[in-house]
Write a new protein. Structure first.
Length: 435
């Protein structure tokens, strides 16, 4: 069992955290090498972008600027060129109807839809601009609460989508969560209770420049659109947070051409600065950052395999969320400590949230489970089912935050104590649509 888990996480991390398709399609060559222990040992030393492991072969994206192919040749690893088999648009993309990105949001569409939600539900939803991206697009946060214009002494929870441009589904899940909460406020008592007693903040699109680039120019784009001044573009926003930023070159890269380039300094990017400055003004109890792919729930630390002081709590919460997700469509999301694997990450959102704010923070890697099921691509029809299975886990986190918030004030007296007592009794009961 343990070995199975280790192998699982090894594969997940090979695929996810040392991703993936490099900089620019024209600048890359995809090769494969035989998956034998000797080759694996050599490859691990070279710090390469692994695309996937499939049918006994390891597929690697070689970046010209990084001299990856040269490194492989020097290390005497036998390889074969695979580029012809890979094209940055999968069959699933061809199925996207209506526009270039089908039902997935562009920046403009999301902006319109967020404004519409605010207009339709002015008492429950309020749209804020946290800052601007490098290309001057707004970074939006939607606040959802009763008396939404007021600051109330209530639990606060944060949901963030799309640190990584090509992970389109990670915009849809937090956006649909916002929509669901306001549309069901007057229909479902459980939703009303959650919205009444918390302040829910949703940032569906942290990396708008990257998303637009991914939609219109290069589907596999991951980073933001920072011009690094050396011919390379982009900083990996999920390696740019300050906690243990740049701790080593394994968990992030100092090389600007790398897909996990951490930037010149912690919070060098306006997108991560927006999150930092925003969190300074709030008191979040917990957060989820959505990514894809691989169906896994990760929690800090990512920079080390040593468990965090809150490891037991984080594991329990992740297990709970995994169970809630599985109950919807039957899809299992593996869960575990992010750093408890072969590869590490540093400077990510969740390490920062736990390290600086001491709050439970989760990375949820949405479907599909692996590259054979589409990798970064989900079809338009997948959006609703992925959202629906993630809904109970999101509601659970809000509910947990309310209870946690109550406990901080449980010694208070009078009406507040009474109110908190009621809050503690709230339990999640999500009605599930029959399929
Ligand atoms: Zn990601």
């Amino acid at each position: 069992m343990k070995i199975r888990k280790i192998v699982f996480f090894l594969i997940i991390f090979l695929v996810l955290f040392f991703p993936l398709l490099a900089q620019d399609y024209n600048n890359t060559t995809i090769i494969s090498v035989s998956q034998n222990p000797q080759a694996i040992r050599k490859i691990n030393k070279l710090n390469l972008d692994i695309l996937m492991i499939w049918q006994g072969r390891i597929y690697i994206i070689c970046n010209r600027q990084l001299d990856d192919l040269l490194k492989i040749k020097k290390a005497n690893i036998a390889y074969q060129i695979e580029t012809q088999k890979f094209y940055p648009f999968s069959n699933k993309d061809a199925n996207l109807q209506g526009s270039i990105n089908g039902p997935y949001h562009t920046y403009q569409e999301l902006e319109n839809d967020l404004m519409t939600l605010e207009e339709r539900f002015p008492d429950l939803a309020k749209l804020y601009i946290l800052g601007q991206s490098l290309e001057n697009r707004n970074i939006y946060a939607l606040k959802i609460s009763d008396n939404v214009s007021l600051e109330e002494a209530e639990a606060e929870v944060l949901f963030i989508g799309c640190h990584h441009a090509r992970e389109w589904i990670s915009v849809e899940v937090p956006y649909l969560l916002a929509k669901y909460l306001v549309e069901n406020y007057s229909r479902q008592l459980t939703i009303k209770n959650l919205v009444d007693h918390s302040q829910i903040w949703i940032i569906p699109l942290l990396n708008p420049d990257g998303l637009e680039y991914s939609i219109h120019f290069y589907r596999y784009w991951r980073k933001n659109r920072r011009n690094n001044g050396d011919g390379s573009y982009g900083v990996d926003l999920n390696r740019n947070y300050s906690y243990n930023w740049g701790l080593d070159n394994e968990g992030s890269s100092p090389n600007s051409f790398s897909n996990v380039y951490r930037g010149k300094s912690p919070f060098s990017e306006p997108e991560t600065q927006a999150v930092r400055d925003f969190c300074l003004t709030r008191r979040f109890q917990a957060l989820i950052s959505y990514h894809n792919y691989s169906q896994v729930i990760l929690y800090p630390w990512g920079y080390t395999s040593v468990p965090s002081p809150k490891n037991k709590l984080l594991e329990e919460m992740a297990a709970q969320m995994s169970e809630l997700i599985q109950a919807v469509n039957g899809r299992f999301y593996e869960y575990g400590q992010a750093g408890n694997s072969f590869y590490l990450t540093n400077g990510d959102t969740t390490d920062w949230a736990l390290g600086v704010y001491h709050i439970p923070a989760f990375t949820i890697e949405l479907p599909p489970v692996d590259v054979l099921h589409g990798g970064f691509f989900n079809s338009g029809e997948d959006i609703q089912s992925i959202f629906k299975e993630n809904l109970p886990a999101a509601l659970y986190l809000i509910d947990w935050s309310m209870k946690n918030f109550s406990e901080q004030f449980s010694n208070s007296t009078g009406t507040k104590g009474e109110k908190n007592k009621q809050r503690k009794n709230l339990t999640i009961f999500v009605k599930r649509d029959k399929k």
